[in-house]
Design a protein around this ligand. Structure first.
Ligand code: HEC
Length: 124
């Protein structure tokens, strides 16, 4: 009985870690080309995107939902960063699955881009 509880706990922990590293992998594979973590280059940094979204959607669920919807269909009408559109032009349509974007949005919500984190290349 205890053994199976421990096993379940181990599995759950592993799944949680995997979900996080999957989001990290997807983010670093698909978003970082345009969004640097901390510097505004060809697009606003993920740090500043995250800050804007956290301000508008403090709850994890709302944050993930809104960001995923927007990334699936980038448009000025539902943008919360109109200045960024003016400065960089509207983000192009990427054509990923909703579930993929949701994993990425969850990773963004959970990640303090100023801190060293999973997927960060130049760990010091
Ligand atoms: C080809 C370049 C490019 C790629 C790749 C890209 N973005 Fe963007 N993104 C932009 C630009 C430019 C903006 C700023 C203009 C805007 O908001 O449309 C932006 C803005 C955003 C915004 C702000 C939306 C708003 O409210 O205006 C979010 C959220 C976002 N990107 C998420 C992502 C995620 C998540 C990925 C990876 C799946 C990604 N982006 C990949 C170029 C890109």
């Amino acid at each position: 009985m205890l053994k199976s509880k421990i096993l379940l706990l181990v599995i759950l922990t592993a799944l949680e870690l995997n979900a996080n590293s999957l989001g990290s992998l997807l983010f670093h594979g698909n978003c970082i080309t345009c969004h640097n973590e901390t510097k505004d280059i060809s697009a606003p940094s993920m740090l500043s995107v995250r800050e804007n979204y956290l301000r508008a959607f403090p709850k994890r669920k709302d944050f993930i939902e809104y960001m995923s919807q927007w990334v699936i269909e980038p448009n000025a009408e539902t943008s919360i960063m109109l200045d960024a559109i003016k400065k960089y032009k509207l983000m192009p349509l990427l054509g990923y699955e909703v579930t993929t974007i949701e994993d990425i949005a969850a990773y963004i919500y959970d990640t303090d881009f100023l801190q060293i984190h999973e997927g960060h290349k130049d760990k010091k």
